[in-house]
Design a protein around this ligand. Structure first.
Ligand code: ZN
Length: 319
């Protein structure tokens, strides 16, 4: 078995029981066959979300994180902090029961200081990093509100998986899964470019920031961003280099569903910046993430980096 999948979702049963018991009614609740963020999105509860054996099947190692609709950044901060801490405790306990699972924490990002503290606590428990939203209630990842979390992640060497989150206001995007298929990848793009344009490019090198879904639409827009950098002097006042160079300071998962797109991603940012991902067990996951690497026609060295070696060095794993 080979492969380290950095993007997969899981719900520890011990935590789910506490949500079902109504411990944090203002944050989330469990229904007949789903779990819902208060008044908003739902995640349909299938066995795959709670069955650890199937979650790690076929891979050497999988990083497990909360299904993003349940990150609950709109909830009252205190309740959210308790909800996240309980999730992280239960996730670490579940991951500890397997040699092939690692935990990515969830953080109460509505309070940057609390989120930074929870990241440090989660790291001390054994989480290898955290999954964070591509925005926090409309704030970008370069905004002051989020800085304590980025600082804590740099200090603790934590991996940060940046994942889209939430319902867009635009009614056009509410039809036929447009949110999931179009708005979410765009969110990730906006998050990454927002960070670059926040003038914190040098800081990115101290972060292990992984952009979900191959960076959304970012790789495809690099030419346009560089052109904008050339013609708009005000960008150059803040950003010290062409955006395509900054983009290679992030990491990217391989969840793009199209061999040519994966090749393009690898050519754009380099194989040393791409990590295996699956988005398991959502319906829009890659059914066979390892086969997708083969189908992209990458070199064996590139495949080795993406399959395991990059993740190993990012996570400082031996073996
Ligand atoms: Zn995902």
């Amino acid at each position: 078995v080979r492969g380290i999948d950095v993007h997969a979702h899981f719900l520890p049963a011990a935590w789910l029981e506490r949500v079902a018991a109504g411990e944090w009614p203002e944050v989330a609740s469990v229904g007949e066959d789903d779990v819902a963020r208060a008044g908003q999105e739902r995640v349909r509860l299938t066995k795959a979300f709670t069955d650890l054996a199937s979650a790690i099947d076929g891979l050497q190692l999988r990083l497990l994180s909360i299904p993003p609709p349940l990150m609950a950044y709109e909830a009252p901060p205190q309740a959210a902090a308790e909800y996240c801490a309980a999730f992280n405790d239960a996730l670490v306990a579940a991951a500890d029961a397997s040699e092939r699972a690692l935990a990515l924490a969830t953080l109460p990002m509505q309070d940057g200081e609390a989120a930074a503290n929870e990241l440090k606590r989660a790291r001390s428990l054994g989480c290898v990093g955290a999954q964070i939203g591509a925005h926090v209630r409309g704030h970008g990842l370069g905004d002051a509100e989020v800085r304590p979390v980025l600082r804590a992640a740099a200090e603790t060497g934590s991996l940060l998986l940046v994942h889209p989150y939430g319902q867009p206001d635009d009614v056009q995007l509410r039809r036929l899964h447009l949110q999931q298929l179009v708005a979410w990848p765009l969110q990730t793009t906006v998050a990454a470019v927002g960070l670059i344009f926040a003038g914190v490019v040098a800081e990115l090198d101290r972060l292990k920031m992984v952009l979900a879904h191959g960076g959304g639409t970012l790789p495809y827009l690099l030419g346009r961003l560089d052109r904008g950098y050339e013609v708009h002097a005000d960008i150059g006042e803040v950003v010290p280099e062409p955006p395509s160079m900054s983009a290679a300071r992030f990491y990217y998962d391989s969840v793009v569903f199209e061999p040519e797109a994966l090749r393009f991603l690898v050519r754009s940012v380099g194989a040393s910046r791409v990590l295996l991902g699956s988005d398991y067990p959502f319906p829009t996951s890659l059914p066979d993430p390892l086969a997708a690497l083969d189908e992209a026609g990458l070199g064996s060295d590139e495949i080795a980096l993406i399959t395991e070696e990059n993740a190993r060095s990012l996570l400082e794993l031996s073996r």
